[in-house]
Design a protein around this ligand. Structure first.
Ligand SMILES: C[S@@+](CC[C@H](N)C(=O)[O-])C[C@H]1O[C@@H](n2cnc3c(N)ncnc32)[C@H](O)[C@@H]1O
Length: 265
């Protein structure tokens, strides 16, 4: 039997070279991707610091924001969120506010009612009694401020369990809100979180001039809720525009045509 002629040595080594080159390219690509991720984080941190400065400058002259102490970390709102919420309250002066998720944002909304616009109304929804117990004593009180404890109800969406506040439509009745802050219940890891806003649109609880703020708009679940909100508005032939702001977290704003200027505040 004849032996097969062996592969020429040069061909084999060039194949090996190719494998080595490919490995190197892949390693470089991975390093580059990791660096890009770090760069994006740094950029977001920088934006966050800038919003912190803007907030501190903006609050200094405020006649209504008397308590200017915020703890903007962990699950709370971040600086880009608090800054634009402050500007919206200050410049747009909403008359009927619905806030999902009690916390740092509520330090702003409650002071707005008490010291800036006592004719306006604020309804806050919170599922955690412990959270209400911790936070409520820190907040100013007023006959137009209501902190509502609502249980959660559960539903499946794309084979995942989601939750939302129960009994919301009964609570709000036929009220029309011109500012809705969507930051509760706890959103992470769900694929249709914080979906009460969809029920409100269907039920006709949106004022003609409106601003809806979604926190955590960088998350896939929240993106679904935002897309569905846009679809619900289109279904009702309500004209709107969407814009985003971000620091270490991202917010999406859906606004009526009359409130598009909020993007420039
Ligand atoms: C994302 S938080 C935001 C609440 C509020 N808008 C703020 O700016 O702080 C949403 C919900 O998470 C819960 N929560 C917030 N911080 C928490 C904490 N440190 N431990 C447990 N639950 C928390 C509360 O029930 C709250 O309604």
């Amino acid at each position: 039997m004849q032996n097969k002629p062996s592969e020429p040595k040069t061909a084999k080594s060039s194949g090996e070279k190719q494998v080595t080159m490919l490995k190197l390219v892949r390693e470089h690509e991975q390093k580059l991707a990791a660096m890009e991720e770090k760069l994006e984080l740094c950029y977001n941190e920088l934006k966050e610091l800038n919003y912190a400065h803007l907030l501190h400058d903006g609050m200094r002259e405020s006649t209504w924001l008397k308590n200017q102490t915020f703890d903007l970390h962990n699950w709370a709102a971040n600086y880009s969120f608090i800054y634009l919420l402050f500007r919206i309250l200050d410049k747009i002066e909403p008359r009927n506010i619905l806030e999902f998720g009690l916390g740092q944002t509520t330090k702003l909304t409650t002071q707005y009612i008490v010291h800036k616009n006592p004719k306006a109304h604020l309804n806050v929804c919170e599922h955690s009694l412990d959270w209400i117990k911790i936070y409520k004593p820190e907040l100013p009180t007023h006959k137009h401020i209501r902190v509502n404890h609502l249980d959660l109800e559960y539903f499946d969406y794309w084979r995942k369990r989601n939750d939302k506040y129960a009994g919301l439509l009964e609570l709000v009745g036929d009220k029309k809100f011109d500012l809705i802050i969507v930051d509760g219940p706890v959103g992470g890891g769900k694929n249709l979180p914080r979906s009460n806003v969809l029920d409100l649109i269907g039920h006709g609880n949106l004022a003609k001039d409106f601003v809806i703020i979604f926190d955590d708009a960088e998350r896939e679940g929240e993106k679904n809720t935002i897309r569905k909100t846009q679809a619900a508005l289109r279904k009702k032939s309500i004209a709107f525009q969407t814009f985003e702001r971000f620091g270490i977290k991202r917010q999406a704003y859906i606004v009526s045509q009359s409130r598009v200027f909020a993007a420039f505040l």
